[in-house]
Structures are given as C-alpha cells and as structure tokens.
Ligand binder design. Sequence first.
Ligand code: SF4
Length: 335
Amino acid sequence: MKSLLNPNFSHLYVEQSAVDYSDTNRIIKKFKQATIVNVEDYKHVFSRQGQSFQFQKKSIKLILAVKKDKFIYDGSRFAPSFGHPNFYYNALILNCIYNCDYCYLQGMYSSGNIVVFVNSDPYFQAAESIIQSKGSIYLCLSYDTDLMAFENLIPNCRRWIEWAKIHPEACIEIRTKSTNFSAISDLNPSPNIILAWTLSPAEISDRYEAKTPSLDARLQSVREAVNAGWKVRICIDPILYIKEWEGVYRHLIDQISDTIPLNRIFDFSIGVFRISTDYLENIRKMRKDSDILYYPFESHNGSASYSNELKSRMTHFVRDLIIRCSSKSNVDIFC
Ligand code: SF4
C-alpha cells in the first residue's frame, strides 16, 4: 500500500488570509471537484467544540490557513531530544492522514480534519532566530502530523531539507510512517537531516495503526533511503503491550535486520506508549472500540504509561534484540 494522500477531499475550507498564497492556489487546483468554503478564521472550523474526531476521520476535510503566531515550540517532554541541547518542534500541518488508535492527536484536537498552513516563511525565520540566539537547533518537523505523507500536497519536507543544507547549525528530523520517500528521493542527503521511520510489528500495525502503510512497505522505503545515503533513524515507539509482545517484537527486529543491515541505520529510538493523562481521558470518552486504550496505565506527573517495571522490561528487551543484531549501542530509550 502506498501512503499517498487521499485525493478526494470533498471540501476545502479556505481561511480569508490564506487566499493569496501560492500554495493555496496550487492545492485548490489539485482538488477541482471539492467544494470551496471560505472562512474568516480556521479556528472557527477546526476548534469548534462538539465535533466528533472519529466521525470526521471517515471523510476528512482540508483546511488551508495562515499561522499567525507560535512558529516554533520547545521540544515536548513526551519526545526524546537525542542529547541535543536546543530541542524544538514546529507545526506546519495539524492532524494526520492516518488514524492510529493510540494517537494523542485524538485527545488534543476537537476535529479530525486537517489544517495545512500555507505561510512557510515565518517558520524558517523562527528557526533562524533560534540559531542566531543559541548557536544551533535540533528541530523536529513532523510532530502533530506525518509530514512526508503530505509531501505530494505540499512539499514541506523538500523545503526544509533544502533549508537545512544551507544551515549546518541545524539538525532536522522528519518522522514518518509513510512510504512516500519517492517524493524526495531526487534530493541529495545531508548529514544534518535525519529521516526517521516509525516501525511496528505487523500484528500491531494491522490492529492499531489504521490507514498506515504495511510494515513491509515501510521497510522498503527505509531500504531505499538507506541505499541512497540518507541518515535513517528507526523508531520503535510506541512499544505496545499486547499478550504476545515478546514474540512480535522479536519478529519485527528480525524482519528489519533481514531487510537492512542494522549497522547502516544511523540510530534507533525506542519508547513505550505514553500519553498525557488529559488526552487519554478525552480519548476514552470518545472511543470504546480499542482495547489498547483501556490498559490499566499508571499516571505520574500528568503522564499515563505502563508500570516502571513493565516499561523497563519492554524497552530493554527490544534494545537487547537490536544490539544483538547490529552490535550498535546507539539505541536511545525514551519512556
Ligand atoms: S502516524 Fe503518528 S500522527 Fe499519524 S495518526 Fe499515527 S500516531 Fe498519530
């Protein structure tokens, strides 16, 4: 399965201030059949209370908007910094084309629709001013979305890769579950750009990662990127507790190492499922259909996850498998 964007958005909501942007016009031309609805402010559509995230996921609408402020955020405490001192992320797109059962976006946004911000320039300026003030930046681009899956709609990955090449003080990470590497495969790799694929055992992906490409398809993309000379990070995150977790994660590491020699992977990032307790509560109110959300998690400091004992067992089990197959020690554990 190819992770190309669903080309059939029935409606495009266009914020007044977004009308004159070239990306807006290009995207409108792509969806000639869509009904265009002009709106004064994207938040009137996206942030309305009383919407059903999962209902809207069945027929996602696209919202084109201009981001007015907050072009960069401090790195999230739920995400790893890989030892970089100046860890930030930005939000070029809100929401994701996929629909993983465990995704925190369901608890964060009231809408399942997708917002694409069409004003790229202030994002670059914000990153540049961090470089000026702090000397470097580690910037994660694909938070709150899967940027590469949208690359055929708006070439954000391409733009940021080209930007990073002339800003060696920046290190950027683009994390994805997509198989859309072909959209950027004509670009040359650069040492300060990390393409990160999240991989899950097929049993977990089939059960809990709706609409995502299969594990085999993701592995093919990883292989293409590695062969083209890109720095590739493999993220086994979130590790989910299911009855047969040891067997499925063992099989996953075998499948990865059968496809790509693990010593050609730049690094590995592993972490167990964790989520803000508020988001988990919101999600549980909306959906009863996924057993993975109803594990009796423990809550500490606003974060829900497995017990410390289980977290340690799961992460060390997966880390040891990776080390055994790759003799690499650069496995970052984040719990
Ligand atoms: S791919 Fe990531 S952002 Fe998209 S639905 Fe799944 S967990 Fe959420």
